[in-house]
Design a protein around this ligand. Structure first.
Ligand code: UFG
Length: 328
């Protein structure tokens, strides 16, 4: 079986990718420092508790497992935190990836699937966003993802490592079988917080800005189910495995939902009222982000199984009601 090293495989999207890899006949090996991930989410292969910024950890694990490819999720991913402490983001997201790529070169691992973000586009002038939309990030987190994409291009030219960068829109939902879900600390994302408000874990949800130039004044996002993101990673790996060239792909459903719509959907799915407070705009929030994912659908043959917001909210709700690993 092909061994795939999954950095950040104990995190939200990485853990779902491990499940999809195992289902597709690969052997995932998780490389995670558990700073933000959960050992309980590692269910489809071994966990190597290690840090990307540590050359010895990388050497030991590459020698032991000789992975045929890497899926690279491990990174900090809070936009707000990146504004407050940008160097923390460059040190981990870029510093860690530099060492990872050195290990790939040294051990002859020549395929990499990279967890990128629509945050690399910043606030676009036109919608929907295609892969040709100019990448102009508006926060340090987005810059680290863009720099990482550039690093991959340059490392390919110099050392021949082929890669796919997957630019996710808003990851949502949870494993439909209830085996995995989202557990961030602090939780800052819209759907989890709306559900926390429904179940009384927090008293209310704040709407960050209701004066945007959108139909109901609240921001619009394109939500994509985490299991569909996981499937796209396997499709990207297969793409590289067939000898295809490096590419970047947007991953979204091409439909925008406003913050107010998401909260209403959450009330409907849970059958519970959600207390809402209007708050000021959150710095760095683009008013509207909607993807064009035609390229992934065409080249990777990616077909999301759960494109509808109510399914995404329902899977997340099922997870929070029955959550099996501690929320961190
Ligand atoms: N929002 C609220 N109240 C909350 C939380 C969020 O109104 O309590 C709003 C935000 O202002 C935003 C929308 O809900 O308009 C979505 O916010 P999230 O924090 O859920 O998601 P983001 O769109 O900010 O961030 C996501 C990913 C990031 C990625 C970014 C790219 O979580 O990693 O998309 O734009 F960088």
């Amino acid at each position: 079986m092909d061994v795939i090293l999954v950095t950040g495989g104990a995190g939200f999207i990485g853990s779902h990718a491990c499940k999809a890899l195992a289902r597709a006949g690969y052997q995932p090996v998780v490389f995670d420092n558990l700073e933000r991930g959960h050992a309980e989410a590692v269910k489809w292969g071994p966990l190597e508790h290690a840090d990307l910024r540590n050359d010895e950890d990388l050497k030991r694990i590459f020698e032991k497992w000789r992975p045929s490819a890497v899926m690279h999720f491990a990174a900090y991913a809070y936009v707000g935190e990146s504004n407050l402490d940008p160097l923390k983001y460059y040190e981990n997201n870029i510093g860690g990836m530099t060492k990872l790529l050195r290990a790939c070169i040294r051990f002859g691992c020549e395929k990499l699937v990279f967890s990128s973000s629509c945050a690399t586009y910043g606030t676009p002038d036109t919608l929907p966003l295609t892969e040709k939309t100019p990448q102009q990030p508006v926060n340090p987190y987005g810059y680290t993802k863009l720099v990482a994409e550039r690093m991959l291009n340059e490392v390919e030219r110099a050392h021949g490592i082929r890669h796919v960068s997957l630019r996710y829109f808003n990851a949502s939902g949870a494993d439909p079988d209830g085996e995995l879900g989202e557990a961030h600390d602090p939780e800052t994302h819209l759907i989890p917080l709306a559900l926390f408000a429904a179940m009384g874990r927090v008293p209310s949800i704040k709407i960050f800005g209701n004066d945007y130039a959108t139909p109901d004044g609240t921001c619009i996002r394109d939500f994509v189910h985490v299991s569909d993101l996981a499937d796209a990673h396997v499709a990207a790996l297969d793409w590289l495995g067939r000898g295809n060239a490096s590419h970047s792909f947007n991953l979204g459903n091409g439909r925008g939902f406003s913050v107010a719509e998401v909260i209403r959907t959450s009330e409907r799915i849970t059958g519970l009222p959600i207390k809402v407070e209007n708050a000021s705009r959150r710095p760095g929030d683009p008013p509207k982000l909607v993807s064009d994912s035609t390229k992934a659908r065409t080249l990777l043959k990616w077909k999301p199984r759960f494109p509808d917001l109510p399914d995404q909210v329902e899977h997340a709700w099922n997870w929070y009601k029955n959550s099996v690993y501690p929320v961190r």
